[in-house]
Design a protein around this ligand. Structure first.
Ligand SMILES: Cc1cc2nc3c(=O)[nH]c(=O)nc-3n(C[C@H](O)[C@H](O)[C@H](O)COP(=O)(O)O)c2cc1C
Length: 245
């Protein structure tokens, strides 16, 4: 009887071993599928996401941290163009749309300048002279902090700088941006969106604040109704060594 119990015990242990081996291998195949749904894998995925955000930089929306410059989707547009960067700040999305058109048309990298402290609707209310954006514009020395940075600025030969006009000028956060990099040897192309104001002296101001011997083009102002085609025509008329399609 003792011998019989021992045999049953061994049989049970072997059955458990077979079961454990099967479960283990099915867990691994889920991971390699890239569609993990176990709590364990979800946590490691989260770590990956956190790490990529830590490296700083681009296609962030709203209040997320800024991730790094991302290649534009080039399927129906310009070839991947690693020498051109479109860097933009946009508080309400108008400039973002045009920056995306431009980057897509050239196959350029796209980088969003994301404020460390996001602008709220109240901050942007220009009917009230005491709100944040207006107070900032009234002081040329204010430099709102940017979340993240362009990782490889040195790789770009042409940098488009896109921004909205605030009180006739570039938002102060654009000054923060241009002061953060050495633009030596690059061609800088400013463009803005606005309700009606022109680009004014925004380009000249940013040029005077920036470091490096760069070639600054005059830049252009677009309305919120500008189309992708408008951007393509403008870019192709600049005489740069890049084609927009
Ligand atoms: C604080 C503030 C000041 C502005 N000043 C002007 C201005 O002086 N002239 C103008 O035409 N539009 C002005 N605008 C309107 C913006 O330039 C316009 O809506 C722009 O397209 C917004 O771009 P965005 O959606 O990318 O932020 C101002 C907007 C804000 C929030």
């Amino acid at each position: 009887m003792k011998k019989f119990r021992k045999m049953i015990g061994i049989a049970c242990m072997m059955a458990m071993l077979v079961c454990l081996t099967a479960c283990g291998s099915s867990g691994r195949s889920q991971e390699t599928d890239g569609k993990p749904d176990t709590p364990e894998t979800t946590a490691s995925q989260q770590e990956e996401t956190d790490e990529s955000l830590d490296t700083g930089a681009a296609e962030p929306v709203g209040e997320q941290d800024a991730p790094a410059a991302e290649p534009a989707d080039t399927e129906e547009s310009g070839e991947g163009n690693s020498k051109v960067l479109v860097a933009y700040f946009s508080a309400t999305g108008t400039t973002k749309t045009l920056a995306e058109y431009a980057a897509d048309a050239m196959g350029a990298d796209l980088y969003e300048i994301v404020p460390e402290e996001p602008y709220t609707d109240d901050d942007l209310n220009y009917s009230d002279r005491n709100t944040r954006a207006t107070v900032e514009q009234n002081d040329k020395n204010v430099r709102p902090a940017i979340s993240g940075s362009v990782e490889n600025m040195e790789q770009y030969e042409i940098v488009f700088l896109a921004f909205p006009i605030w009180w006739g000028e570039e938002p102060r956060i654009m000054d923060t941006f241009v002061e953060a990099y050495d633009f030596s040897g690059k061609t800088i192309v400013p463009f803005c969106t606005s309700g009606s104001s022109g680009i004014g002296s925004s380009g000249k101001t940013m040029q005077s604040l920036s470091t490096g011997d760069a070639t600054w083009l005059d830049g252009e102002r677009f309305s919120s109704s500008a189309s992708r085609e408008d951007m393509v025509d403008w870019i192709n008329g600049l005489g740069l060594d890049v084609e927009a399609k």
